[in-house]
Design a protein around this ligand. Structure first.
Ligand SMILES: Nc1ncnc2c1ncn2[C@@H]1O[C@H](COP(=O)(O)OP(=O)(O)OP(=O)(O)O)[C@@H](O)[C@H]1O
Ligand SMILES: [Mg+2]
Length: 197
């Protein structure tokens, strides 16, 4: 009998469209607890597993705020099985390299804050998850997009999440201008079997 650990995830509602989206900039917007961060983290994890050498980044305005949020969801809900069976290992970082999850196929997903941008911006990426993107400046956002050219995945993507903001926010305007595609997450339920990006 096999003892392999199986990870299960099925996006719901608008998260299904965000999962399948292959364009350069996606924004998940919706109330707390509607699965925004989970979707983005699952997508990066699936990209890392399927595409050896994939380079990912999970970024927030400050590195310290990442630990209690995205890191907790990633370790508890997304990569729990992979961390247990050793196919993903955590590296705590060094003076030269940011903290990161290293995959046995050569992929990695780094962690960092825009408060120490030099450390995370020197590396090219296939996908970046920007958590609580409304905390970022437009300069932060554009700097991140310049790093999206690692070419180990068929598409490169900045995927971000936020709680809904007023109409004057630069990110809302960016969506209205068609540069970023917005996906509205809700607490609806639905099922599907996603294919890995
Ligand atoms: N498709 C899903 N299947 C099972 N659990 C899910 C799914 N989507 C989200 N969850 C779980 O629901 C909880 C809330 O999800 P998540 O943290 O992604 O919400 P959020 O929209 O980012 O909220 P916040 O705005 O507070 O950051 C988490 O425990 C997450 O693992
Ligand atoms: Mg979240």
């Amino acid at each position: 009998m096999s003892t392999a650990l199986v990870h299960r995830f099925a996006p719901r509602g608008a998260a299904i469209e965000a999962w399948n989206y292959r364009g350069p900039e996606a924004l998940l917007a919706g109330p707390a607890g509607t699965g925004k961060s989970r979707l983005a983290l699952e997508k990066l994890h699936a990209m890392a597993l399927k595409n050896p050498g994939m380079s990912g980044l999970i970024v927030r305005k400050t590195a310290v705020s990442l630990t209690a949020s995205a890191v907790a969801t990633y370790e508890r809900d997304v990569a729990a099985e992979a961390l247990l069976d050793g196919s993903v290992k955590f590296f705590g970082g060094s003076t030269r390299e940011p903290a990161q999850y290293r995959y046995s196929n050569g992929s990695h997903i780094a962690l960092g804050g825009m408060d120490n941008a030099l450390k995370i911006m020197s590396t090219e990426r296939d996908a970046v998850f920007a958590q609580e993107a409304t905390e970022l400046s437009q300069d932060d956002w554009e700097m991140i997009t310049t790093r999206l050219r690692n070419g180990q995945v068929r598409f490169q993507q900045l995927i971000a999440d936020c709680n809904p903001q007023g109409p004057d926010h630069w990110l809302k305007k960016r969506c209205e201008a068609g540069k970023t595609v917005m996906f509205h997450t809700r607490t609806t339920r639905g099922t599907s079997t996603p294919t890995a990006p």
